[in-house]
Design a protein around this ligand. Sequence first.
Ligand code: NAI
Length: 332
Amino acid sequence: MKTAIFSARRYDQALLARANQAAGHELLFIQDRLSAETARLADGCPAVCVFVNDRVDAEVLRLLARQGTRLVATRSTGYNHVDAAAARELGIEVVRVTDYSPHSVAEFAVGLLLAVNRKIARASMRTREGNFELEGLMGFDLHGKTVGVIGTGKIGLIFARILRGFGCELLGHDPQRAPSFEQLGGRYVDDMPALMGDCDVVSLHCPLNAATHHIVNADSLARIKRGAILVNTSRGGLVDTEAATAALKSGQLGGLAIDVYEQEASLFFQDLSSTVITDDVIQRLVSFPNVILTGHQAFFTVEAIGQIMATTIESLTAFEQGRPLQHRIPTN
Ligand code: NAI
């Protein structure tokens, strides 16, 4: 089936092509992001494959529908970038990748936490310049500290299990309680700001939707334990970045470790090192010594990418053959 693959980086092209060897779909690789301007590149493609910063809003979906697209497959777990209601109205099916190595993201979140707490990136930059001074590099033991896990689904649970191994106490916040979180010794707290007040570390692992947008905001940050570290490997829109910046400036927030950023769509997955970045918020953030920022790479392991590509190809084949779509996004 002819499929337009948007935001196709070199690794996407190589790995999707490999996953497609047996299925033999006609893959049209497009480096640009999907938008109202680039939608025409998918003309005549029954399927379109996208990534997290592609625009899949009502306008773009209408353009795609007019050109014959009937399936949108996102190479991600999160589908907040897709207007699900508009797709439904237009009769476009939307599939995602529900099951791929949640270890990739959980392990990366722990890595970011260690990096910001123990100032690993700063220390490495120093030693490259022959500076072996320890001043300013002191962190704290994670052992015995309290960690808040917001969203105890697949990724949050693995994160919790790893932190349990470090000897941390676990608090969880999730409308759907997971027995395995409680079996780890974790305790659920329904009032999220209250949870934040008790935690030395808070890590976000819930999806971005209307209920979770800016779940970390000026109010909840005012209640966070002074000096706590916030980790976000989930979605940028969960955190009000300006409020987080203010909390870092006042010292209320002790550290920020993020792999996602609210305005990442115009920045991430491209080399902007030779251009002037006009986003003052991110420039301010990366100037702080207690902030570590990576460009949405938590999923980026051999295992996870392999599964993402295999599931995507499987969804294309199921759609083409008229079989049920196992990875359809939830309809509510
Ligand atoms: P999951 O669906 O297994 O778990 C999400 C959990 O969040 C569920 O238990 C759900 O009940 C909970 N939740 C929903 N609303 C909530 C709320 N208001 N407060 C607290 N918890 C709430 O999803 P999974 O696989 O663990 O992924 C979590 C998120 O991680 C994804 O939605 C995605 O945004 C992000 N992600 C980021 C990646 C990266 O590369 N940085 C890669 C993959 C996922």
